[in-house]
Design a protein around this ligand. Sequence first.
Ligand code: MN
Ligand code: MN
Length: 363
Amino acid sequence: MEKIIQITQFLEANQADMTFITNPTTLHYLTGLDIDPHERIAGLMIFKDREPAIFTPALEVAKAKDKTTGFDVFGYEDAENPWQVIKAYLGDRPITRIAVGYPDITLAKIEGLKSVFSGVSFIDISSLIQHMRLIKSPDEILKMKKTGEFADKCFEIGFAAAASRGGITETDIVAKIEFEMKRLGVPAMSFETIVLSGARAANPHGYPENIAIEENKLLLFDLGTMYEGYASDATRTIAIGEVADFDKEIHKIVLEAQLAALDFIKPGVSALEVDKVARDVITKAGYGEYFNHRLGHGIGMECHEFPSIGGTEDITIEEGMCFSDEPGIYIPGKVGVRIEDCVVVTKTGCDVLTHTPKELQTF
Ligand code: MN
Ligand code: MN
């Protein structure tokens, strides 16, 4: 309920009457209820002076009651106008200002709220939620560690599949990894698994195809799992057979950059400094122009969340933050290497959430 109190204080400070929070991940974070309403409407309504309420499609009401405590739950049938149901639920309570997540709520939902609360205005609550989600609790950190273990398991499965040869393709390897994860009870990957062979890995946003992996080339894996609502995200680049000395050199530089940042991360340093430590290694080696993305991103209930590590905005690193350290060098038509771990910041440094070896492994 501490989270709800923080939101109530936001409502007080901003003269807002209630929230209407529609982002399913935020709903999960604040209430423990994990639902995807698809095109239907679910909203978390927190007030200054009464019990918070969860509004869901009727189909989800039983689950919402079962999975949450301290929330009043009410729903609407498909044949009902959801906005009228909300209005009826609130009776004569005046609603003049509603706190919503600007990046998430659709214009259709805004219009729906306006249709029953005439003259209502809105305020963005997303920055507060981002900051609440930024510092992970001990329970969240345990889940981050567990989901990291599943990512390590993915590498083990993927490397073995690649080592089996026999014309195995990028998408074959993806299928093997994801099949085994499902069997282990992982409900979903945190994003589409990436397996890219040779020069195809030079596109940092490339996607796997049904193309046989190349012998004597590097093979890049970028993957992650969901576990109890928490995401993992990690990248390893391995050698299939005997790769060129040039490829080994690029791998060595990226690893050095990745380790330099890991070594530097601790409370009190800034995100831009962390990025710079890794970037300087790559720049000094002469490949700065081929490291064309920020060093990392926050991670938690979503694979990419606040804050950015590198880029334009800066933030001071604090204990309990989780984010990725993922430098890369991408030389078009030639080679792509990225090495990524996510970390949780501790009192004096950071704990790494994935433990698959990072030195160039040959299969
Ligand atoms: Mn990442
Ligand atoms: Mn990744």
